[in-house]
Design a protein around this ligand. Structure first.
Ligand code: DC
Length: 204
């Protein structure tokens, strides 16, 4: 079974996806980590994301490995977040990442998280969720996570949101048939429980 979880930054996708995967014993695919790894490699090599993407070896498990090197921390730096949002707008980069994501998802049970899992990567997923939350709440969560001010996050978040939603290739939007869940007022455990209940109902 594949559970697709999409939505904007700060909607709680990563924590929710990890929680659901752990509750159900499914594997977890963080597709954003792949775009971040491409962006990091491009910055380091001073080449374009499209040039580096096809040849990279990105391994996702407990840690994120880029050509064998642990980049779990480095890909979360603000400069990489910004570069990842730009790299993710490139069709060549998306094509390479989507092919790899589909290859991974073709075997076993997965919770896959990103922006286009339900729309593009796995439109046949048995369960699709689109998580949302107010812009202020999303910024509050990111600020707490990163230890920076909410105002800074809010400004940068608005730019990345607009780019993720407005890009010509695979813009961020709920997939047909996706369950839209507003997490603004919901505790993490509540969201996880709801999704686990939906998945268990489908498995019966
Ligand atoms: O979820 P995240 O913040 O780690 O994602 C990093 C960037 O990659 C973000 O700008 C959105 C983009 N992304 C995407 O376009 N498609 C995905 N499936 C996952 C992430």
């Amino acid at each position: 079974m594949v559970i697709a979880i999409d939505g904007p930054a700060g909607a709680g996708k990563s924590s929710v996806a990890r929680g659901v995967a752990s509750a159900l014993g499914f594997k977890y695919l963080d597709s954003g980590a792949m775009y971040r790894s491409v962006a990091l490699a491009a910055l380091e090599q001073r080449r374009t994301p499209a040039e580096v993407a096809p040849g990279l070896r990105i391994e996702l498990a407990e840690r994120v490995l880029l050509d064998g090197r642990d980049v779990s921390g480095a890909i979360r730096a603000p400069a990489v977040s910004e570069a990842a949002s730009r790299a993710a707008a490139d069709p060549t980069v998306r094509e390479a990442m989507v092919a790899e994501q589909r290859r991974l998802l073709s075997q076993g049970d997965w919770v896959a998280e990103g922006r286009d899992i339900g729309t593009v990567v796995a439109p046949g997923a048995e369960l699709k969720l689109f998580l949302s939350a107010s812009a202020a709440e999303r910024a509050r969560r990111r600020a707490a996570e990163l230890g920076v001010s909410q105002a800074t996050v809010l400004a940068e978040q608005a730019i990345r949101d607009a780019r993720d939603r407005g890009r010509a290739h695979s813009p961020l939007r709920p997939a047909p048939g996706a369950v839209v869940l507003d997490t603004t007022e919901l505790a993490l455990e509540t969201v996880v429980e709801r999704i686990v209940a939906m998945a268990e109902k489908l498995r019966r």
